[in-house]
Design a protein around this ligand. Structure first.
Ligand SMILES: NC(=O)c1ccc[n+]([C@@H]2O[C@H](COP(=O)([O-])OP(=O)(O)OC[C@H]3O[C@@H](n4cnc5c(N)ncnc54)[C@H](O)[C@@H]3O)[C@@H](O)[C@H]2O)c1
Length: 279
């Protein structure tokens, strides 16, 4: 963690983002900085969040931005982060559970052998679950419990997906000249985990409702990134608005869900997917 000229941060309230080094992590960070929220970027990839911190500090000069390594699957690692900031009397009152394993569709990462149900791997299942679901539970447990001890209001926002309410349409991933039994698919774990995030969101929101902890989920649709032209075309056909999302199209939702603007809202799954899940 970079500790350059830290002013007196006593009782200052911060938002912590998990998996902040990825595609949407930066957007979540910018959203919060734009509304003057100080932030803590966490990820297992320290290099990515250190670079992001430097980049953000150029624009948001008066904000406090920390970057610190945290593995959401490891309770010790999460506790260490909590106590690092607790020692500085910093309060983490917003938690965005954003980390997930979402392998991108290129031949090297996803192929028929490592994605199809016929070749289901318990090892991969455990890996995906430990980040997407166990990680979300562990972070919620540690940061939520500490807020309650301090009798401070808090917000937990879980990042789900349009696949939290629909099943993946495997036709979009089809590649020509490959036999059916080896066609790549969206692996079974991702969608189950995202459906689980919705259940978890409802559980936490009711469990801690009398402790002033609100918990909601945000379900983005697919974001335009480095997908192949064929995949983009196939996805566009499934989306009533006829296009994928730009990565900055969730920023207003982040601002709404992570502030008192959503003060009467808990346990909900906000789906922003160009209409994909209603078709
Ligand atoms: N990008 C999309 O199209 C899209 C669409 C719908 C939902 N989502 C969801 O949005 C969230 C962010 O997606 P993204 O596209 O930015 O993903 P990404 O793969 O670009 O980033 C994920 C980040 O999580 C980190 N990470 C992995 N394992 C970790 C661990 N054990 N502890 C801490 N960090 C860990 C990675 O290092 C990476 O920086 C995810 O929950 C994803 O499922 C993304």
């Amino acid at each position: 963690m970079n500790t350059k000229s830290i002013k007196d941060l006593r009782n200052r309230k911060f938002a912590l983002i998990t998996g902040a080094g990825g595609l949407l992590g930066e957007e979540h960070a910018v959203s919060l900085l734009e509304i003057n929220k100080d932030i803590i970027l966490t990820d297992i990839n320290l290099n990515k969040i250190q670079k992001l911190k430097k980049k953000l500090e150029k624009t948001f000069k008066s904000s406090q931005i920390f970057s610190i390594k945290m593995d959401v699957t490891n309770e010790k690692s999460i506790n260490k982060v909590w106590s690092t900031f607790n020692k500085k009397k910093i309060i983490i009152d917003v938690l965005i559970n954003n980390a997930a394993l979402d392998p991108k569709f290129n031949k090297k990462v996803i192929n028929g052998k490592n994605s199809r149900l016929e070749f289901f791997s318990v090892q991969n299942w455990h890996k995906e679950f430990s980040v997407g679901l166990t990680g979300t539970i562990l972070c919620s447990k540690i940061f939520g419990t500490q807020l309650i001890k301090k009798r401070t209001k808090g917000i937990i926002l879980n990042i789900a997906s349009d696949l939290s309410v629909i099943s993946p349409n495997q036709n979009v991933y089809k590649i020509s000249k490959i036999k059916k039994s080896l066609q790549p698919v969206k692996p079974i774990g991702y969608s189950i985990i995202k459906h689980g995030i919705v259940g978890l969101t409802k559980y936490i929101s009711t469990y801690w409702s009398s402790d002033n902890i609100r918990c909601n989920a945000l379900s983005p649709g697919p974001v335009l990134n480095l997908q192949s032209k064929a995949l983009i075309k196939n996805l566009e056909k499934l989306i009533p608005m006829g296009r994928l999302a730009n990565k900055n199209e969730y920023k207003s939702a982040i601002k709404f869900l992570c502030t008192e603007d959503s003060s009467y809202m808990t346990g909900q799954n906000v789906i922003i997917d160009g209409g994909r899940s209603i078709w």
